[in-house]
Design a protein around this ligand. Structure first.
Ligand code: ADP
Ligand code: ZN
Ligand code: ZN
Length: 746
């Protein structure tokens, strides 16, 4: 595109633009004289170096910060209105500050991918239909065409509500009715309107439940805050199946009745089909969904619909946080402890923490819900920053599950299923129930191991073993995606005695088949649900409630409501005891409670069997005997005495380079920069050390940990250090990132 020529005059107007480049500043551009000034928060197309980029207008009519004749003009204004709401823009500023990231990068992180491209974009509109007066009359008469009759009757079944039904819904309900719809519009039986796509008009068809006292108290607390437009963080600490979702739904209903909007975050797409269905049947609202399972176009449509005020409730994963809604009256973060809320690349933001900020900016309450709250949230509740609301009983008739430990010392290492577990599986299956087996490892066998010399097959790019997948008979790296032939012999001693060591979900599936030849086995892990729609199909099959054995990873552990699962077997969680990550125990406890919570959600009481080599571990005993709250208290006390988060603050510097020398040299420069500017601050630079996974995808990985007892000091130290780091010349082929409040393995 040719550069727009302009001459500088006294009437030349300038704007400041944030572009998606890793530089801590915004850039000045000239407004072409034939253009009206775009609103702050609009997208424009600009030339940056040799590239055409999308920019966000940050400031209009600003004073140029460099010589005016050096400033280029913008190439195009992409939107008629700002895509950012003022609050969203405010959020971007605060996030840039908190995570020490360039504003342009933050702004672009907010946008759905379609809107990041320098193109104008219009909402997709889809036809919607509604019976006219004569259409209603026709519906009462017998019609010759069966398709017409079907359409008339179906539309009539919605009554005289003023919402129209989308063409997509019609086609789904009455396949092949497209030309019938067109003909009926011509006849005047149907009114056709064009409604922007993005949201679904939900109709309340299921009634609200009568809340128990604890639920009612929780609802009242939320209601009082939202009525008074008061920001407060409520920690809804309710055991699995205690009716947290029921409380959310009734609270949302209240807020919608005040004419305000609601944002609901859920940790993973695996949870969304069920929760979405429940929301759709309980709210009279326009609901928009934002998660990675939707196409880029639908996501952009939903985003624009939210911006245009056409959506009342947004439900989505992490990035749904950035839905540009105005007038939010309530935010909900379901399963707030879930690690999926932390973004692990790009800007490493924590969606729960940022959701609290959004609630603050909207002066509204936020509910963090969990059966196993994070230690961070529990510590905040203890300090009185969050209001803790407890639900201690299961809602309805369901009872909490009982738990039993199986000592694996007594079981041959060759089998992953202990005799007590097999026996109970048989009993529950024979009684017509479903059994869920949880295992945190997909594939067949995590290691291929030489019987003679202990050689194990490793990935050539990563410090990790290759995992054997029986289905394709190949070895896979779960970190970089590398695939290799299964070796016939040991690389080291050429022995042909290679043993498949350990168990993955595929191997468990195969083992169970031998014991339960005529019971359906449903395996749910990332490999088995790769095909689109497969997860929904498997979940629907489970919902039918016929006897079956479900084998799965995390995907199966969280949030699901399977009324017929009465027995849960946890096959191995022992890595939680040995991990170098100080959060591993917390995660293990949460996982055990969450998995157990899948049992006994219907009429039959639930039971969990936990297989472990550490049956006497005191943390495990605390968890099983006295419950998650005491377990969490114990861990919190340990964190406090060790000065670990949430009693101190961390940031992690992560660095990858082609060679270890290059990585170390740069890390040492980082350390020296730290010492130059932060020597008198009470913040430690620990490292550099090799990352827990020192090599991945061919890159050498190092890290350094920043630790301090004070949030303000962390902020100041990082800001000063980053200024200094800007002066360092970095080699190409080197990547580094800063993770403020890191939560996991790098
Ligand atoms: P959670 O979100 O805490 O796991 P849910 O809201 O999913 O719990 O509730 C678990 C089950 O109990 C659901 O089937 C729900 O419909 C039912 N339920 C919730 N609240 C009540 C209530 N007050 N009375 C009867 N059943 C309820
Ligand atoms: Zn060998
Ligand atoms: Zn690899």
């Amino acid at each position: 595109m040719p550069e727009i020529k302009h001459s500088v005059t006294t009437t030349t107007r300038y704007l400041r633009i944030a572009v998606d480049v890793p530089l801590y500043r915004c850039f000045d551009y000239v407004l072409p004289s034939n253009c009206d000034m775009p609103a702050t928060g609009s997208r424009v197309q600009v030339r940056f170096g040799a590239r055409q980029l999308t920019g966000i207008v940050i400031e209009t009519d600003c004073q140029p910060s460099i010589a005016p004749n050096k400033i280029r003009a913008i190439d195009a204004i992409l939107d008629d209105h700002a895509v950012f709401t003022p609050i969203l823009y405010d959020l971007a500023l605060r996030m840039a500050d908190y995570y020490h990231q360039p504003l342009g990068v933050v702004c672009h992180t907010f946008l759905p991918s379609k809107l990041r491209q320098p193109k104008t974009i219009a909402q997709t509109v889809t036809p919607h239909y509604q019976l006219t007066h004569i259409g209603r009359e026709a519906a009462d008469q017998p019609q010759k065409s069966t398709k017409q009759t079907a359409v008339l009757q179906w539309l009539k079944s919605f009554g005289t509500t003023d919402s129209a039904i989308s063409r997509v819904d019609c086609l789904e309900h009455i396949p092949g009715c497209g030309s019938t719809l067109n003909a009926m519009v011509k006849k005047g039986w149907l009114a056709e309107t064009h409604v922007p796509q993005g949201g679904i008009q939900a109709q309340k068809t299921a009634p609200a439940k009568n809340l128990n006292d604890e639920q009612q108290a929780a609802l009242d607390a939320i209601k009082s805050a939202s009525m008074n437009k008061r920001h407060t963080t409520l920690l809804l600490d309710g055991i699995t199946g205690s009716g947290k979702t029921e409380v959310y739904l009734q609270a949302i209903d209240q807020v919608l009745q005040q004419g305000r909007r609601v944002l609901v975050l859920v940790p993973e797409i695996g949870l969304t089909p069920q929760i979405t269905q429940r929301f759709l049947s309980r709210l009279n609202a326009r609901i928009g969904m934002l998660h990675s399972g939707r196409t880029d176009i639908t996501r952009a449509d939903t985003w624009l619909a939210a911006r245009a005020g056409q959506i009342d409730v947004v439900i989505g994963t992490r990035s749904a946080l950035f839905a540009p809604m105005e007038n939010i009256g309530l935010l909900i973060v379901d399963e707030e402890h879930d690690a999926a809320y932390k973004q692990q690349d790009g800007i490493r933001y924590h969606a729960r923490d940022m959701a609290i900020l959004v609630a603050k900016l909207h002066h509204c309450p936020i509910v963090l819900g969990s059966a196993t709250p994070s230690l961070e949230s529990l510590a905040n509740a203890k300090r009185g920053r969050y209001q803790q609301l407890r639900l201690t009983k299961r809602a309805g008739i369901a009872k909490p599950p009982t738990m039993q430990v199986v000592d694996m010392k007594d079981v041959s290492y060759k089998s992953a299923l202990s005799p007590p577990l097999l026996k109970q599986m048989r009993e529950h299956i024979d009684a017509g129930q479903q059994v869920l087996l949880f295992l945190n490892r997909r594939g067949y066998a995590p290691t291929l191991y030489c019987h003679q010399c202990s050689w194990a097959m490793e990935c050539s790019n990563c410090s990790a073993h290759l995992v054997y997948h029986q289905k394709d008979g190949r070895m896979w790296c779960h970190h970089c995606g590398l695939q290799a032939e299964r070796p016939k012999s040991c690389d080291n001693c050429h022995s042909e005695e290679l043993i498949e060591l350990g168990f993955g979900t595929q191997r468990i599936e195969q083992d169970i088949t031998q014991h339960f030849s005529d019971t359906p086995i449903l395996r749910i892990d990332r490999d088995s649900v790769r095909k689109k729609g497969e997860l929904e199909r498997l979940l629907a099959e489970i919902q039918q409630g016929k006897p079956a054995i479900l084998v799965g990873t995390q995907m199966l552990a969280k949030g699901h409501h399977f009324p017929n699962v009465s027995l849960v077997g946890v096959l191995s969680i022992d890595h939680g005891f040995y991990s170098s990550d100080f959060r591993a125990l917390e995660r293990m406890g949460q996982l055990i409670v969450q998995v157990a919570g899948r049992a006994g959600r219907g009429e039959v009481p639930g039971k969990m069997l936990l297989q472990t080599h550490q049956p006497h571990n005191t943390d495990l005993q605390t968890l099983l005997k006295t419950g998650y709250a005491t377990f969490a208290d114990k861990l919190l006390a340990e964190r406090e005495s060790a000065l670990l988060p949430p009693y101190s603050f961390h940031a992690l510097i992560q660095l990858e380079a082609k060679t270890a020398e290059m990585a170390e040299t740069v890390m040492i420069k980082f350390l020296h920069a730290w010492q130059r500017v932060n020597a008198n601050l009470d913040a430690a630079f620990l490292g550099p050390i090799p990352a827990p996974m020192p090599r991945r995808a061919g890159m050498q990985r190092y890290e350094a940990l920043i630790q301090t007892g004070n949030r303000g000091v962390l902020r100041q130290a990082l800001a000063q250090w980053l200024e200094e780091v800007q002066q360092i010349n970095l080699p190409s082929q080197l990547f580094w990132a800063l993770d403020v409040d890191p939560t996991g393995h790098y």
